[in-house]
Design a binder for this molecule. Structure first.
Ligand SMILES: [Zn+2]
Length: 281
């Protein structure tokens, strides 16, 4: 199995969920062993590699920072790239935040599909997990352990009639991301959104790019895409954040009530734990 990149360059535009800024996004083919690199075309093509070492904060979205230059909300695009089996890609953008599109990875998947995927000459590398590593933060639990494939078992629990306890075991195999995960949208609660707005966040948020939940229902008039769309979106976020390991993973993730900060803590602990992983072809 060889590495892949995009067959063609492709562009789109959109608005940032938290900053509300307009952004032009351009995905470009990249050489073997590049991984994903963000390029701020508004700042002299400053590069920020999609790597766990550049995670700066991750409360409502995953933000990267290198030498003071920030790149926000990278997880849904990275999830689409990883989910499509693309190994190498330059991601050019002319603002601080990746556009939110419809709140899922669907538009990015469609872009990648229309650009096409090209096989390269070098063998694909995987980060293979060799022993179990786990983290716990205030009742949020997450672990990663050896497996010969990439799989995620995720449980969420929110006291809301549309959610309550949802669990799903996702196995990454040909096409499964597009069918089961890619179109699941992000979600938020009305009380949380008021708080975010006060903190000058969620400025680009609307019913076109998020499921907005009231205490006993939702504001969106269109139906849910899956009955358990919420847990599917959590899995989408996990795949996007774990793309920051720089290559596909062979391992099983178990997540209970996880969030971006827990994902970051687990990646950091995994990378620092001696003998917990190796790179294989
Ligand atoms: Zn998300």
């Amino acid at each position: 199995m060889n590495q892949t990149t995009l067959a063609n360059e492709i562009s789109t535009t959109g608005v940032g969920l938290h900053t509300g800024v307009d952004v032009n996004l351009n995905l470009k083919p990249a050489p073997e062993n590049t991984g994903y690199i963000f390029v701020r075309t508004d700042l002299d093509n400053f590069e920020i590699p999609a790597s766990a070492e550049y995670i700066s904060h991750c409360s409502y979205a995953t933000t990267l920072m290198r030498r003071g230059v920030v790149l926000s909300t990278c997880e849904h695009l990275l999830s689409a790239l990883r989910g499509s089996g693309v190994d190498n890609c330059f991601i050019e953008l002319d603002n601080i935040e990746i556009p939110i599109m419809d709140g899922s990875s669907e538009d990015f998947l469609e872009l990648i599909r229309s650009a096409g995927i090209a096989e390269q000459d070098s063998a694909r590398r995987f980060l293979r997990v060799l022993k179990k590593v786990e983290v716990e933060q205030n009742g949020r639990l997450m672990s990663i352990e050896p497996s010969d494939r990439f799989e995620i078992e995720c449980v969420i629990d929110f006291p809301h009639p549309f959610i309550n306890r949802q669990s799903l075991h996702f196995v990454f195999e040909n096409g499964s991301f597009g069918r089961e995960i890619g179109s699941a949208r992000t979600f938020g609660f009305t009380h949380e959104i008021e708080m975010l707005r006060k903190a000058n966040l969620a400025r680009g948020g609307s019913l076109d790019n998020a499921i907005v939940l009231t205490p006993d229902g939702m504001l969106n008039e269109t139906p849910l895409r899956f009955e358990d769309e919420f847990v599917r979106h959590k899995i989408l976020d996990i795949i996007g954040d774990f793309a920051l390991l720089g290559m596909p993973v062979l391992g099983k993730i178990t997540a209970e009530k996880s969030g971006h900060a827990v994902h970051a803590a687990l990646m950091s602990k995994l990378l620092k734990t001696e003998g917990a992983w190796e790179i294989v072809k």
